[in-house]
Each structure stands twice: as C-alpha cells, then as structure tokens.
Design a protein around this ligand. Structure first.
Ligand code: GLC
Length: 534
C-alpha cells in the first residue's frame, strides 16, 4: 500500500462500509470481506479516497460486532485474515485506503480476558482489567437500563453499553499494552488508520462517583453536562501516545474519533494536533431541514477547525442514526424531538421530498471545507427501512429499552445491488435483516444506467471535488441570498447555493453550472435543491 505524504485525510471523502450489510459472497445472507473486494469497482467509480470498515473481528455479535472477542482476528462469518490482506491490497491498487474500527472502551464477554475474570474470584488480578465492584453506582447504560450486571458471586461489572460488552479498566497497564499491540498489528497489515469507537469514554473518574440527576447519557447523543465517564483528562495523554505509534509508520495514518461533542468547548482539547487527527462532526445529523440551523453549525465547526488547526469531518449518516432521506422526508418538528413514531413507520414519510433534500444536502456536504464521511447506501439515496418485524430486529437497544427504542436496524439493511426483488443482488441467501419491497429502482445497477440518479450525482460530485482546487480543505465566504438559502463562495471561483425553502430563488451571477442536485428552472433554483457554480 502506498501512502502519500501530506495529511491526505484533511480533505478526503471516506466511505463507511458496514461489512455485514455491504455484499455477501459466501451466500450466508451476511456480507463479508470478499464481498467488499467484489464491489471495489463500485467504490472506485464513486471516487472515494478511503473506506472505513466497521468491525469484522471475531464476535458473538451482541452489538453487531462492536463486542469484540479477538482484536487481531477476522470473524469466520466475514472470511479470513487472507481476505483482509487481499482487500487492503486490491483497494490500495485502486488508490483506496482502508481504515479499520477499533473498539477500546469495551470488549465482548467472550474475550478470553473477560472469561478469565469470570473464572477468577473477586479481588483477583484477572478482574482488575475490567471494572468489578461490590456495589454498583447509579450509572445507566447508553443502550438503556443499568450500566452494571451482577454475577453469581455477588460482584457487579460495568458496561456502559450492552451487558455483553464489559468496559475495560483503562488504568490497568495490560489494557494499554493490549491496544498498543493491536494498533501495531493492523498498521503492520497496511491500514491507513483507525476509527476509534466511543473515544470519549475510556477513562472513568477515580472512585466512580454517581452522576448528577438528569445527566445520564442519552443514546448516541452528546451530553452537554460533564459526566464522570466522559472526557477525562487522561484521554489526551493516551491519544498522544497512539499518535506517536501511528507517526512511527511510513505515510500519514489517521485517527478519527467517535466523540459526540455538544459544542466546540468539548471538542477543542482533542484537536491540538498531537493526539487525535479528526473528530467526527455529527452536529449536522440531528438538524431539521433549516438553512439557519445548518449555517450555525457550519460556522461553529469552521471556527473550531480554524482555531485549533484540527479536522472535524462532516457527517450526514452512519450505522447508528436514521437515514437522511427519511429524516428529511418527515414533519421536521419530529426531527428535533425524535420519537419512535417515526421508526415505527407511524409517521408519513414523503420519500420524494426527502430524496430531493438528501441530494441537496450531499452537494452541501461535499462542498464544505474539509473532509467528509459518506455512509454506505447514502450514495444510492436509500431510505430507512421502517417495517422490519420485531422478531427480526437485531439491535440490542431494542430489548434493553424494553422495546421503547426501536433501534438502529433500519439503516443497516443489506445494500441493493441489482434486480427487482430481495436480495437485490446482495448475495445468494436470505439476508440477515430483511430488505423492503420496492428497492428495485434504488439498486446500484439501475442507478448506474440513469444519468440523473443519486449514484450519478455522488460520482459527479466526487469527480469534481478531485479536480476542482476550490474544493476540499480551505475556507468559505457566505453570500447572503435570503433566510432560506445557504450560499458560499470558495476560491478560486466556486459557488454553492442550497435552497432550503419551497420557493425558487434566483441564482447569483455565474459562468456555468457544474452540478445540480435536481432540475433547474432557467436561472432559478427550485426549493430543496442545491447547485455548484463556476
Ligand atoms: C459506537 C458504535 C455503535 C456501537 C457503540 C458501542 O457508538 O458506532 O454502533 O453500538 O459504539 O460499541
């Protein structure tokens, strides 16, 4: 694998592969690494710089593989280590780097060290690698319910997520040593970097104090209040030491952290440049379709990046949140105060409108300064699957919240590649999560043949991004075209205009239209449409 020298990740477009749902070559209904290899041409033609692979490590799959039993292996359901090497090599041959997911906050109950801890008595050294106590505190699991599970011998262990995901004790030297080794293991195998899962929670405040009333972690949302299991100062030292490890390898390798920061103040300490390279910028995801609210977050984020010199890549979707076509296709008041009514399919979704907005949002995302992450299937304009039967649901959040939170399965549905009916070319077998009827028009094969498809739009945008020196890292200057319009210039000679309203607006003076997310009406930009101008 070749690595260019500059900080390539600063203006990269990284595509998230959720391997279980990408493509299935083995025919068992679940995606695999050979499946990713088999679809590299799709990624190549899309024009992404890198892929981030969600976990493919040996796992009982209590949380879709974010419960890791062996950090250095490949789960047989995904293939073999040789398949992984082939993926890195063949992606590399196409100029696509591979970032892997590292899950350092917790492991699986099946991890040998946790099994040893269970077999050992209270107070034993085996238990010290985890967080065992005689009495629990009041912490809640991010997935709902208490964060503690009691063993037959009376002791409790901490799990900030599912009970099948025991938290590591990051104050134990074995844990730090294990992860240094894991980083080196994958760096030696040629990965371009790491996406760090739950990166703000590894260290818990000494003494494990109770959290104040009303500040328990909400599922996958930033907490503005300080809680004793987030943002502990020891993290900065840890990530500095990891940066040194990455820096000892040739080429620029990246660490991108999953940190749901509430605002710049929480993010700033991590972005000093000697530790984490990137923090996902999740702050556009919960927003309704509102020019003012998008602009406020964009301003904040650009300022944060400028004052720290850090990189906070833009994100509109991932495997944890409802797909944007659906988010933008419902009553936007419901986006602000999400309820399960949406995910239960009880709310009207205007797919056509959601799709127009999602296409416009994609052009906005890809025109903003800095890097962007694209979640698999967003390039096909997939909506959330809202009619998965309860007995088919796999997300542990569903049961842990006593089925009051439907969970994240609807955005994890296996991708439709071709054909008119499930499994839409995903593989030979019945898929692990059901695919809906009616996705024939959304398959990659169908969209490949349609010049106005969402896939064609993403391809054109990524191609333009590669050749246009105004795009990628840099700055923007706002143009004022009315309260429902976002418009900015980027030098040399690029303008984005996104119309968040319903009424058409006049385009500013320009040379030519580079790309539009939907049909233009002469020099008018219709509602829910964005355009790139030269
Ligand atoms: C992260 C992952 C999510 C997982 C959780 C626990 O938030 O993105 O999918 O469930 O961590 O590992």
């Amino acid at each position: 694998m070749e690595f260019d020298s500059g900080q390539w990740w600063r203006d990269a477009v990284v595509y998230q592969v959720y391997p279980r749902s990408f493509a299935d070559v083995s025919g068992d209904g679940e995606g695999d690494l050979a499946g990713v290899v088999s679809r590299l041409e799709h990624l190549d033609r899309l024009g992404v710089d890198a892929i981030w692979l969600s976990p493919f490590y040996p796992s009982p799959m209590a949380d879709g593989g974010y419960d890791v039993a062996d950090y250095r292996g490949v789960d047989p359901r995904y293939g073999t280590p040789a398949d992984f090497d082939r993926l890195v090599a063949e992606a590399g041959a196409r100029g696509i780097k591979v970032i892997v997911d590292i899950v350092p906050n917790h492991c699986s109950v099946a991890h040998p060290w946790f099994q040893e801890a269970l077999a050992a008595p209270p107070g034993s050294p085996e238990r010290e690698r985890f967080i065992f106590r005689d009495e629990p505190n009041n912490w809640h699991s991010v997935f709902g319910g208490p964060a503690w599970t009691r063993l037959a011998d009376g002791q409790w262990y901490l799990h900030l997520f599912d009970s099948a995901q025991p938290d590591w004790n990051w104050r134990h030297p074995d844990v730090a040593a294990l992860f240094e080794d894991v980083l080196r293991f994958w760096l030696d195998r040629g990965v371009a970097g790491f996406r760090i899962d739950v990166a703000a929670m590894l260290f818990k405040q000494e003494g494990l104090p109770d959290v104040a009333a009303g500040t328990q972690a909400a599922p996958l949302a930033p907490g503005a209040a300080a809680v004793p299991y987030e943002h502990q100062p020891e993290l900065l030292e840890l990530y500095r030491s990891w940066r040194e490890i990455l820096g000892s390898y040739p080429g620029e390798r990246v660490m991108v952290a999953e940190i749901w920061f509430a605002g710049p103040a929480q993010a700033r300490p991590y972005l000093k440049g000697d530790g984490l390279d990137q923090l996902f910028n999740f702050r556009l995801m919960p927003l309704p379709w509102s020019a003012a609210e998008f602009r406020a977050v964009i301003d904040d984020s650009c300022l944060l990046a400028a004052e720290t010199g850090g990189s906070v890549p833009w994100v509109l979707g991932n495997h944890d949140v409802p797909r944007m076509v659906t988010r933008f296709g419902i009553d936007q008041e419901l986006v602000r105060a999400p309820t399960d009514e949406v995910l239960l399919g009880r709310v009207e979704v205007d797919i056509a409108l959601g799709t127009r907005r999602a296409r416009a949002a994609a052009l906005l995302l890809l025109a903003l300064p800095g890097a962007a992450y694209v979640y698999q299937g967003d390039e096909l304009g997939l909506p959330e699957h809202l009619t998965i039967q309860d007995e088919r649901r796999q997300d542990p959040m569903f049961e842990r919240t006593a089925r009051t939170f439907i969970g994240r399965d609807g955005c994890r549905v296996p991708l439709p590649w071709s054909g008119e009916a499930p499994p839409y070319g995903f593989g030979a077998g019945a898929t692990w999560l059901p695919q809906p009827e009616g996705w024939g028009a959304l398959t990659a094969a169908r969209q490949d043949a349609e010049p106005d498809s969402t896939l064609a739009l993403y391809r054109a945008a990524l191609a333009e991004r590669r050749r246009n020196p105004a795009l990628g890292d840099g700055e923007l200057a706002w143009l004022e075209l009315g309260p429902e319009v976002l418009a900015f210039r980027r030098e040399p000679g690029f303008t984005l205009v996104a119309n968040f309203g319903d009424e058409p607006v006049a385009l500013p003076a320009h040379g030519r239209v580079l790309l539009a997310s939907g049909p233009l009406d002469g020099d008018l930009l219709p509602g829910s449409t964005a355009v790139w101008l030269a």
